[in-house]
Design a protein around this ligand. Structure first.
Ligand SMILES: [Zn+2]
Ligand SMILES: [Zn+2]
Length: 138
């Protein structure tokens, strides 16, 4: 069985993904910046059916009417993003995986809010906003 595990800094909350990844990238949006305290969040999306929490219970923050961010209540690590726009998918924060090197980012999204001093040395596609993940009503 293929699978990857990850978890928070303190180890209380752990998760597993058991399906191949759908997409990956860097998100430069302000909500990811604020939620993580980092200039960018690298994410990797999986089918929701292949994701499970295997230890502990994350806290959930509704960061907008349509999106939820899940994190460890004890250490604060931000691990998972879910959106009602794509209920069949979850986005894991890549660095929270035990083996983050397996999932290199494939694109940049929300470069409209990229911090001016932050650069990555790559030739990946860049998108000002959602990119390939357009919200249905947009
Ligand atoms: Zn924790
Ligand atoms: Zn974001």
């Amino acid at each position: 069985m293929t699978g990857h595990e990850g978890g928070c800094l303190c180890g209380q909350v752990r998760f597993r993904v058991s399906t191949p990844a759908l997409s990956s990238g860097y998100c430069h949006c302000r909500m990811c910046q604020k939620s993580s305290g980092a200039p960018v969040v690298a994410w990797v999306t999986f089918p929701a059916c292949g994701f499970s929490w295997i230890a502990g219970t994350p806290r959930t923050y509704g960061s907008s009417a349509r999106a939820k961010r899940q994190f460890c209540a004890q250490c604060g690590s931000y691990m998972l993003f879910r959106s009602e726009d794509s209920p069949d998918e979850v986005s894991v924060n890549t660095a929270s995986l035990d083996d983050p090197g397996v999932f290199p980012p494939q694109m940049h999204i929300f470069t409209e809010s990229r911090i001016t001093w932050f650069h990555t040395r790559d030739a990946l596609p860049t998108h000002q906003g959602y990119g390939p993940f357009q919200r249905p009503e947009d």
